[in-house]
Design a protein around this ligand. Structure first.
Ligand code: PLP
Ligand code: ZN
Length: 442
C-alpha cells in the first residue's frame, strides 16, 4: 500500500504542498503548515491491525522499524525511502512507574515518560530524525540544500548536529550566548556543527534564523517546520502502546515554543481518527513563571495572545516569550479540555529535587511539569486513582550546574532548597567513618 503525506495549512486554507517543497508557512495566510495524511487510505487497515503491526516492530531489530518513530512510519512520514532514513533508534523510552514519588504525593498511578533517555538526551531526537531524513531524501532528488539550520535553547541544536553528522549534511546552529548548559553547548561542537553563539536570547536567534533560511538553500530545522511535529507525535502513540493501548487520564507537558504540546495532541487525535482509542486524555501545559505567555493567555480563556520578553529561568530550554506554535497549541488545549499551569523557580527546583530523591534525575523542565502536577493534586483536580503521565523532556545529566548549585544552595535568592544532600568530607580513617555512619544512619 502506498501511503501519502503532504504539507497543508494549519489554519484551514486549502493550500497543499509536497513534503519535498522548501516551505514552512501557508502562502495564502502565513499560518504554520502541518503534515496531512491520507486518513482514508490508512483506515483501510483496522485499528487492531495497526496496533499489532506497531507491536511487532517495537524495539526489534529490523532497521529502521525498531525505532519508536519509524516503527510507525505510515503515520509519520511515508514519503521517505527507507534508504534515506537517518535513525538512531529514537523512542522506545522507559515509561517509569513513579511508585514512590506518586505515593508521597498521594497518587497511585503516576508515570514519567523518560524522553530524555535518548541519543542526544532529549525528546528533540524524535522530530529531528524525520526532518533530517526528509532532507536526505530531498538531496537524493537533487534539491540544492547547502546546510540545515536552527535556533535553539540547547537541545534542538544537539539533535540537529548529531543527525546531520551521521548523514554527512552540514549543520548550522544559533544559540543564545551563555544561556545554555555546558553539556548542551559542547554537543553541537563535538558533532562538528557550525556553532554561532549570538548576543541575544532564543527569540532573537529565532528572528535571525528565519531570515537566514529565506534563501532556500539553508533549510530550517525549528519546530515551525512541521516535519518535526510528526516525529514528536509518536510520544503519545508510544505512551498508549506502553499502557497496552489504554489512554491515561492526564498528560503534563513542559512548554516553551509549544511544538511538543501540539505534537502530542496530534498523536492522540490521529489515534482516535484511526480507531485505536475512543477518548482523549486531558492535556496540561506547564510553563515557567518567567516565560509564561501561554499561561497568561489561558487566564483570559485564550481570547488573546501577547508575546512577551522571557525572563531568565532555570528552565532554560523553555525560556521563550514568543512561541512559534502558539495557535496550534491553543487549538490542541481547547480540544483536550486543557489546563495551563506555571511554576516559580523555587517550585521547579524543589519539585525536581524531591522526585530525584525517589530515584529520578530530573532536568529543570521536567521540574516545571512536576511542580504543576503537585499543585493540581493539591487543588484536587488530579485525583488519587487518576492515571497521570508527566513528560520528562530531557536527561538531567545535561544540567549538572542546576543540580550541583541546588545542593550547594547556590541557585540564588529565589530558590530555598528543601532536599539538599551534601557529601561529607572525612579523613580516610576507619573509626571516624564508623562514627559518622552511626550518626547519619540513626
Ligand atoms: C524543547 C524543549 C522543551 C519545550 O518544547 P517545545 O516544543 O518548545 O514547547 C522542553 N524541555 C526541553 C528539555 C526541551 O529541550
Ligand atoms: Zn493558510
Amino acid at each position: 500500500m502506498n501511503y501519502n503525506a503532504w504539507f497543508q495549512c494549519s489554519e484551514g486554507c486549502d493550500e497543499k504542498y509536497p513534503l519535498t517543497e522548501i516551505i514552512y508557512q501557508c502562502q495564502k495566510c502565513d499560518g504554520l503548515l502541518e503534515v496531512g495524511h491520507d486518513i482514508e487510505k490508512l483506515q483501510h487497515r483496522s485499528a487492531a491491525a495497526w496496533m499489532s503491526l506497531f507491536d511487532q516492530r517495537y524495539m526489534r531489530t529490523v532497521y529502521p522499524y525498531g525505532s519508536g518513530v519509524w516503527g510507525k512510519k505510515e503515520w509519520v512520514c511515508p514519503n521517505v525511502d527507507d534508504a534515506n532514513i537517518v535513525s538512531m533508534y529514537e523512542g522506545g523510552t522507559n515509561l517509569f512507574w513513579a511508585e514512590r514519588f506518586g505515593k508521597e504525593l498521594g497518587l497511585e498511578n503516576l508515570w514519567i515518560k523518560q524522553c530524555g533517555n535518548s541519543h542526544t538526551g532529549s525528546f528533540k531526537d524524535l522530530g529531528m530524525t524525520v526532518l533530517v531524513s526528509m532532507v536526505k531524501q530531498m538531496i537524493s532528488e537533487s534539491v540544492p540544500i547547502r546546510a540545515v539550520a536552527c535556533a535553539s535553547t540547547g537541545d534542538t541544536s544537539a539533535a540537529l548536529a548529531a543527525y546531520c553528522a551521521a548523514a554527512d549534511i552540514p549543520a548550522v546552529v544559533f544559540l543564545p550566548r551563555d544561556k545554555v548548559s555546558h553539556a548542551q553547548l559542547i554537543q553541537p561542537i563535538a558533532n562538528g556543527a557550525l556553532t554561532l553563539a549570538l548576543d541575544t536570547d532564543f527569540d532573537g536567534c529565532m528572528r535571525i534564523v528565519k531570515q537566514v533560511t529565506r534563501t532556500k538553500e539553508i533549510y530550517l530545522a525549528n519546530s515551525m517546520n512541521s516535519l518535526r511535529i510528526e516525529g514528536q507525535k509518536t510520544v503519545s502513540i508510544e505512551i498508549v502502546q506502553q499502557f497496552d493501548w489504554e489512554i491515561p487520564d492526564w498528560v503534563i507537558i513542559p512548554g516553551g515554543n509549544l511544538g511538543n504540546v501540539s505534537a502530542l495532541g496530534y498523536g492522540f487525535l490521529m489515534m482516535r481518527e484511526l480507531g485505536v482509542i475512543s477518548k482523549l486524555p486531558r492535556i496540561v501545559c506547564a510553563q515557567s513563571q518567567k516565560a509564561n505567555p501561554l499561561y497568561l493567555s489561558y487566564l483570559r480563556e485564550f481570547e488573546e495572545f501577547k508575546p512577551l520578553q522571557a525572563q531568565k529561568t532555570l528552565a532554560s530550554a523553555i525560556q521563550i516569550g514568543n512561541p512559534v506554535s502558539i495557535w496550534k497549541a491553543i487549538g490542541v488545549l481547547q480540544q483536550f479540555d486543557g489546563i495551563v499551569g506555571q511554576a516559580t523557580e523555587d517550585e521547579l527546583a524543589n519539585a525536581a529535587a524531591w522526585a530525584d530523591r525517589t530515584g529520578l534525575f530530573n532536568c529543570p523542565h521536567t521540574g516545571v511539569a512536576l511542580a504543576v502536577l503537585i499543585k493540581l493534586v493539591q487543588r484536587g483536580l488530579i485525583r488519587k486513582d487518576n492515571h497521570v503521565v508527566v513528560i520528562s523532556t530531557a536527561n538531567g545529566l545535561k544540567f549538572p550546574e542546576f543540580k550541583i548549585n541546588y545542593h550547594e544552595d547556590k541557585l540564588g535568592r529565589e530558590v530555598k532548597p528543601k532536599h539538599r544532600n551534601l557529601p561529607i568530607e572525612l579523613p580516610a580513617d576507619y573509626d571516624t567513618v564508623m562514627r559518622t555512619l552511626d550518626k547519619q544512619l540513626e
